[in-house]
Each structure stands twice: as structure tokens, then as C-alpha cells.
Design a protein around this ligand. Sequence first.
Ligand code: CAA
Length: 270
Amino acid sequence: MGAGIAEVVARGALPVVGIEINADALERGRGHLEKSTGRAVKRGKLTPDGQREILDRIELSTDFAALADCDLVIEAVPERIDLKRQVFARLDEVCRADAVLATNTSSLSVTEIAVATNRPTKIVGVHFFNPAPVMKLVEVITTVLAEPAAVAGVADLVTKLGKTPVTVGDRAGFVANRLLFGYLNQATAMLENGHATRDDIDVAMKAGGGLPMGPFTLMDLIGLDTCLGVLDAVYAESRDRRHAPSPLLRELVAAGLLGRKTGRGFHAYD
Ligand code: CAA
């Protein structure tokens, strides 16, 4: 998600500083950026010069200090509240006092992240959808502490980047995931109960539901660990059984079969 978001901002002609945890992750991030923009060149949607300009706008570093002059930071570390809070405490130290710090969390509490800093009025959620360069929606999450100007400024930027913002409250799953994951979890339960096969459920929703992907292909794209994290968070808040993660999803995650990123999830990938 980090590379995808960096690409979206750089395509909007803004300079970006991309921070990764170590040199290997940085190289993987660079690879994602080159592959994604390279695909656009191959499809004739971007010239090689245009690709170079986008990539040149992105400075990559493993040093948080490189963020010192940024107006806005968008964090996209793994979905663990302790990790997010640590990262925000660190960002609070290195970033300008007037910088807005945003989290790309898909289900964690933005408020809990905000109170890990000394600037909770300047903490907002900015939730992109996968793949970030393609999907139009960005949820901008406000909290009881957030300054309206900070929230409006982020929504404005999202619009300038060619995306569609919706402003939502700080509730687990926000709007889109709260609605989407009841359906995805139900599909997993149907598979587990022998109601239909994986492929038949995928085909039914693609061909009959008018969706670009069936539920299992979509969960593999999102990452099964992320899916489980979203369901756990939404179920903890809603206590709605539709959100109680299916045992099959939990088993796949425990087995390390996380979808496309590990080469196997509900489907297998080369
Ligand atoms: N990165 C960048 N660009 C990508 C891409 C990627 N990973 N995958 C596809 N694209 C681009 C292609 O280059 C192509 O661009 P152009 O139209 O400009 O040529 C376009 O997307 C369509 O790609 P394809 O023709 O190769 O494939 P497709 O038509 O099957 O589309 C898809 C692929 C866009 C992923 C489509 O299947 C789709 O929209 N799937 C549903 C995705 C979705 O619902 N995402 C939300 C998940 S929920 C979430 O993310 C929230 C959360 O917190 C978990």
C-alpha cells in the first residue's frame, strides 16, 4: 500500500519522501513503483519520460529524519495498534509541529493512534483501497479530537490527486470495509459449509453480481492477514456474528497462506 500511495501522490506532481524499515524493504518498494508505472507505460497510458518524472519525484530513505520538512505524512505500516502508536510517537518527534500525520489503517482506531502523539488535533485517517493507483475511493477519517481544517485539507488533497474522498467517523471498518467484509466473510463460511465451490462462488459474484472480482480473488488481493485483522476489529466493535471471522480464514492465516503476496491463499499464484 505504501508504494501505491507514494505513486498516487507523485502522479499528482507532488514531491514524496518514501520511508521503509530497512534496505531490503526499500528495494521491494522501488520494485513495486517501477512495476506499477512500467505497466502503465506498456499499456500506452504513460510515456517513458512521464514514468521517469514520477519516479524522480519519490525520494526513498530508511531515515525518519528525511520527513522533517513534509507537510503531510501518510503512514502505511502493518495493522498492529502498538506498532502504529510507536510510529506516530516517532513521527511526532521528527515532523514539523504544523504537519498533519495521517494513517492508512483499514480498521484500527485513529483516535487511539492520535493520543500516542502530542498533536492529536492533526491526526486523521486516510484510507486508500487496493490497488491504490487504480481505486478511486479514499475514506478520510475524522475523530473527536481532529481539527476540522486538518480533515478538510486532507480531503481537498485527495480530490486534487484525482480520487474521491468520503469523510467518515472513527468506527471499526469505517464505511466501506464494514459493509464489504460481512459479504467476504459470508462467502468464506459458504465455502467452509460446502454450499458451493470456491470457483463457483467467485464466478457467481463476478458474472452475476457485476463485480470485477469474486470474493476469494478479492481477499487474496487484499491479503488474508489484512482481511482477518479487519474482521477481528469490526467484530470486536459490532459483536455482529456476520463479522466473526470464519475458522477457515483464521487457519489460512496461521498457515502463512496470505494470498497473492505469499503466492497462495484461496487461490495459488505463480
Ligand atoms: N497496481 C497498479 N495498477 C494496476 C494494478 C496494480 N496492482 N492492477 C491493475 N492495475 C491497472 C492496470 O494497469 C489497468 O490500468 P489501465 O486501465 O489504465 O490500463 C487497470 O488497473 C485494469 O487492470 P487489468 O486490465 O490488468 O485488470 P482488471 O481489469 O482485472 O482490473 C483490478 C484489475 C483493478 C484489480 C480489478 O479487478 C478490480 O477493481 N478489482 C477489485 C478491487 C477492489 O475491490 N479493491 C478494494 C479492496 S478493499 C480494500 O482495499 C480496503 C481494505 O482496507 C482492505
